[in-house]
Design a protein. Structure first.
Length: 268
């Protein structure tokens, strides 16, 4: 005869209830609505490295897009290429940075050291943590996108030329060489690609008009020379429509030719 051991009903329900709660917890944790997207704007909160924690200045940030990261080490702005491996890791290849002298150079140096190579991603409801292979971390919290860069007092680096519906990136050999700044006193200055220039600049609403361009007289060949000739023609073509979104400037002439440029510094 088989005997049946008597188990109190309350005790019998405990394992079942625990399993149900565990399943419920797993369901909530994996719900996509509970986790923020990796791409977006993040305020850097702190760094941990070598057993030390460095707290970030208020300007330290990372703006993550699908293929690019821009941001601020705390004083100097930076750009980087990024490649995501699903939502578990991101590989960061540092690009251009500004080079200003900064007070908190220790944080700047450590941030630049950690924000490169393959980083694993730990996402939570209110934070994002990037971890290096040696266990160092960059802790970040969500932050609203940076405001649009101002038209004046910003150094703009030309990254593409527009011809109607066609937008062509500046050739690699000329990348970063064409740049200009519009000063509050109504003057423009910079480099057309090879030669330095200056001109009067008038802003009226959504239009920007360059006066006669004065430049140095070096002979410019190759891609830099081609960019220089295109910019010289554009700046001399009359009123240009300008538009800024985030840190990108677009200048367009009535005939459809124009340029796009990026604010060279992410310093706020």
């Amino acid at each position: 005869m088989r005997t049946h051991r008597h188990v109190p009903i309350g005790l019998a329900l405990v394992p079942a209830l625990a399993l149900a709660l565990a399943a419920c917890g797993q369901s909530v944790e994996s719900g996509s609505g509970m986790l923020p997207e990796v791409t977006g704007s993040w305020a850097v909160e702190s760094l941990t490295s070598g057993g030390r924690t460095l707290h970030a200045p208020g300007t330290a940030r990372v703006d993550l897009a699908e293929r690019e990261a821009t941001g601020n080490y705390g004083c100097n702005g930076f750009q980087a290429a990024v490649v995501f491996t699903g939502t578990s890791a991101v590989t960061v290849t540092p690009g251009a940075t500004t080079a200003m002298a900064c007070e908190d150079i220790e944080f700047e140096t450590e941030f630049a050291k950690l924000f490169k190579g393959r980083l694993t991603i730990d996402r939570g409801p209110d934070r994002l943590t990037l971890k290096t292979a040696d266990g160092s971390t960059i802790a970040m919290t969500p932050k609203p996108p940076a405001p649009d860069a101002p038209l004046t007092a910003t150094e703009w680096t030309v990254d593409s030329l527009i011809s109607g519906a066609t937008v062509s990136s500046v050739p690699a050999e000329a990348a970063g060489k064409a740049r200009f700044t519009l000063a509050a006193d109504g003057t423009a200055s910079g480099v057309l690609g090879c030669n330095r220039f200056s001109a009067k600049a008038t802003v009226e609403g959504s239009t920007l008009t360059f006066g006669p361009v004065t430049s140095t007289r070096m002979a410019c060949e190759g891609p830099a020379g081609e960019v220089e000739r295109a910019l010289t023609d554009l700046f001399g073509s009359g009123p240009l429509t300008w538009k800024i979104k985030d840190r990108a400037l677009t200048l367009t002439a009535p005939d459809g030719k124009g340029l796009t440029a990026r604010a060279a510094s992410a310093v706020e």
